[in-house]
Design a protein around this ligand. Structure first.
Ligand code: DX5
Ligand code: ZN
Length: 242
């Protein structure tokens, strides 16, 4: 599937959100919105009222990443408000099937996020309930943290699980994604990239998005998993890359 780039507004100027969204409107595929409740993670950001306000000022689809407790209660409300994608954390969800189905019923794509040390294998049976699997490449809670290379083997394993499942689930990475790390992520199997400081930390956010996209496209084109997926899509008999 085509590379997706989602700038994270956590690194933007919260007092100028509409302008910050506009700055990447033509370059990005999504706007990533980090919702934190100071319980699931030790930080507090924005919630439903800000998402509702932002929706009136951007044409980009919102990718809401809920780092909150009780996602069963809150996630459907973000979908009802108009978020195009809503991701809940596996560690916070007591009834993940119920939460993912409620997001779908409210008209949004549904995502499941895993912290860096949460294994992916126990969630294989849940793949049929989701459109997106997010593998955190930092501990959630803050922007600007260093990328955790220890997640890369899990990313490779997740790509194989997703491929076995038909390949139509986005594999998202979030945390420390930059020009220095995005190619490793793409090679390992990611096709959906969230970047906060790498986009909003510089003078030209749109150019930063374009640069990240170019790197990700180049790296995934040469990756074994992508060649296998393309071959499978074309009906050819090729090695799936493992
Ligand atoms: C962290 C958030 C990320 C954050 C990434 O918990 O989920 O979306 O904005 O920021 P960078 O790209 O600066 O690591
Ligand atoms: Zn995030």
């Amino acid at each position: 599937m085509a590379v997706q780039i989602a700038p994270s507004i956590l690194a933007a100027d919260f007092a100028r959100l509409a302008d910050e969204a506009q700055a990447v409107a033509d370059a990005a595929d999504w706007l990533h919105v980090d919702v934190m409740d100071n319980h699931f993670v030790p930080n507090l950001t924005i919630g439903l009222p800000v998402v509702e306000a932002l929706l009136k000022h951007t044409s980009l689809p919102l990718d809401c990443h809920l780092m909150i407790e009780d996602p069963e209660r809150w996630a459907p409300k973000y979908a009802e408000a108009g978020a195009a994608s809503v991701t809940i954390h596996a560690e916070a969800a007591h009834q993940p099937v119920r939460a993912l189905r409620a997001i779908h019923s409210a008209g949004a794509r549904a995502g499941l996020a895993l912290n860096p040390v949460t294994p992916v294998e126990p969630f294989e049976d849940l793949l049929g309930e989701m459109d997106l699997l997010l593998l955190m490449t930092v501990e959630p809670g803050f922007g600007g943290q260093p990328f955790l290379d220890m997640v890369l083997p899990k990313l490779r394993r997740a790509r194989r699980l997703v491929a076995r499942h038909g390949g139509s689930i986005w594999l998202q990475v979030d945390g420390g994604v930059s020009g220095a790390t995005i190619e490793r992520c793409a090679e390992a199997g990611a096709d959906f990239f969230v970047a906060g400081s790498a986009v909003y930390g510089g003078a030209d956010p749109a150019a930063a998005v374009a640069g990240l996209r170019e790197q990700a496209e180049r790296a995934s084109a040469s990756a074994g998993w992508a060649a296998g997926a393309a071959g499978a899509a074309a009906g050819r008999d090729v090695d799936s890359g493992g």
